[in-house]
Design a protein around this ligand. Structure first.
Ligand SMILES: Cc1cc2nc3c(=O)[nH]c(=O)nc-3n(C[C@H](O)[C@H](O)[C@H](O)COP(=O)(O)O)c2cc1C
Length: 192
């Protein structure tokens, strides 16, 4: 047990080093790495579709049909890629022509796909931060880390991307940069 704890401690120290030895990382009790898995899109779409089928059983309604349409037809169109960018071209063309006369979701290339999965992951990260705050802990979301080395340390597969690392703990003075400032409300919230 002692050896395990010691190696865990040393592991955390090494990991804090990959987070550029930031105080928040060095003083944290835990470092939680949030990872996107865009490479799982087919599996996730199939899982969702199977859940909808299971719930609808033999009585599919418009809602379940719409759900199946989304996971079985729309998601492959949105997330499939090829080395020539053929699917991107199809998506961009559809968005362009369909968007000429009425509002249409603009979703074209790989950057749109990455932005979407990172948004979802960041929402999960924010939910995590709020939950642990409710339990009386502090957290610090970090972008300051060596993503190549963290990838290697965690043996992440090619399709995975690190969204952010969150330092978690009881909160110490050393882990805080300084006083908090807020950009004036009127500069960030607008009414139109
Ligand atoms: C995407 C992202 C990356 C961040 N990276 C770091 C970081 O590397 N190190 C750090 O100390 N804080 C980092 N922060 C935390 C910000 O410093 C922090 O959110 C900001 O100071 C506001 O904190 P407050 O809400 O506690 O005032 C990051 C925040 C975000 C949203």
């Amino acid at each position: 047990m002692g050896i395990l704890l010691d190696s865990l401690r040393r592991g955390k120290k090494r990991f804090a080093h990959l987070c550029l030895d930031q105080s928040a990382a060095k003083t944290a009790q835990e470092l939680v790495v949030f990872v996107t898995r865009q490479d799982f899109w087919k599996k996730r779409a199939a899982w969702n579709a199977s859940k909808i089928r299971e719930a609808a059983q033999d009585n599919p309604n418009d809602l379940s049909k719409g759900g199946l349409q989304y996971y079985e037809k729309l998601m492959p169109l949105l997330y499939r890629n090829d080395i020539f960018g053929f699917f991107t071209l199809i998506r961009k063309s559809i968005c362009f022509f369909m968007g000429l006369k009425k509002p249409f979701m603009r979703f074209g290339g790989k950057s749109d796909q990455r932005v979407t999965v990172h948004k979802s992951c960041a929402l999960a990260a924010q939910t995590f931060m709020l939950s642990i705050a409710a339990e009386g802990f502090e957290s610090c979301p970090m972008e300051g880390f060596d993503k190549n080395r963290v990838r290697k340390a965690l043996s992440l597969p090619h399709g995975a991307e690190i969204n952010m690392i969150i330092a978690v703990g009881k909160g110490t003075e050393e882990g805080i940069w300084g006083p908090r400032f807020r950009v004036p409300y009127d500069e960030v919230v607008f009414k139109k």
